[in-house]
Design a binder for this molecule. Structure first.
Ligand code: GTB
Length: 209
């Protein structure tokens, strides 16, 4: 199967976060904005996501997906990594620095995101669940640095996106290095463009007057 060369990504037709940019399309939009790659968005409803047409793109019937030429991808990490490899700006050229930036992407997705998602579930289901604070120590190394490992990379993009899931809880306020880091990410022009695009999906759907 061949897809158009301008990438098409999928996003929630109606995101449960009401446009806060917490769903997985935001990290893909941000990566595409960082590298200046135009893209199209196909919005899907929860029921469409579970239909065979979407499952052909995503085995678990979820967003985000990415279609480009004869390639169909799922998993936000694989998609951002693919974008980062194809363009300059998200992965350093030096082989060791590149390997470390990739390690930070894995750290965001494998080490940080699972307990954050557990905590989100716990707050929905049992508000007084304890949370694994020690996991935040993974990024203690930030201290005075702007980014995790030298210049901004796909590792930072993914880490900021994952930490943003905690922002509304106020939990990041106990870690000024982390909240400043997240704000630094949110201040990037590419983040702002990606955020505005996904918010527009939500505001278009609001009744006027
Ligand atoms: N590991 C996968 C990836 O990184 O791509 C995770 C994909 C995933 O969880 N997709 C979610 C989805 O499609 C949306 S992003 N869910 C629908 C379903 O499973 O039926 C996760 C998400 C959803 C909503 C919020 N929110 O409202 O705040 C935040 C994050």
């Amino acid at each position: 199967m061949t897809f158009p060369m301008t990438p098409i990504i999928t996003a929630f037709e109606r995101s449960p976060d009401g446009g806060k940019g917490l769903a997985g399309d935001m990290r893909v939009r941000w990566a595409l904005e960082e590298v200046g790659q135009p893209y199209n968005v196909r919005l899907v409803s929860f029921s469409e996501m579970k239909q065979p047409a979407h499952r052909a793109l995503h085995p678990f019937g979820q967003i985000p997906t990415y279609e480009e030429g004869d390639l169909a991808l799922f998993e936000s990490g694989a998609i951002v990594f693919h974008i980062a490899k194809r363009h300059t700006g998200l992965l350093p050229d030096d082989a060791n620095s590149r390997a470390r930036a990739i390690a930070w992407m894995f750290a965001a997705l494998n080490t940080m995101e699972p307990p954050i998602v557990d905590w989100e579930m716990a707050t929905y289901l049992e508000r007084d669940q304890p949370w694994y604070e020690q996991r935040l120590r993974v990024v203690e190394g930030l201290r005075d640095a702007d980014w995790l490992d030298g210049a901004f990379s796909a590792g930072d993009l993914m880490m900021v996106e994952v930490l943003l899931r905690l922002k509304e809880s106020g939990m990041l306020n106990d870690y000024p290095n982390l909240s400043t880091y997240v704000t630094r990410g949110e201040t990037r022009p590419a983040f702002k463009r990606a955020f505005a695009e996904q918010l527009a999906v939500f505001t278009r759907q609001q009744p006027t007057g």
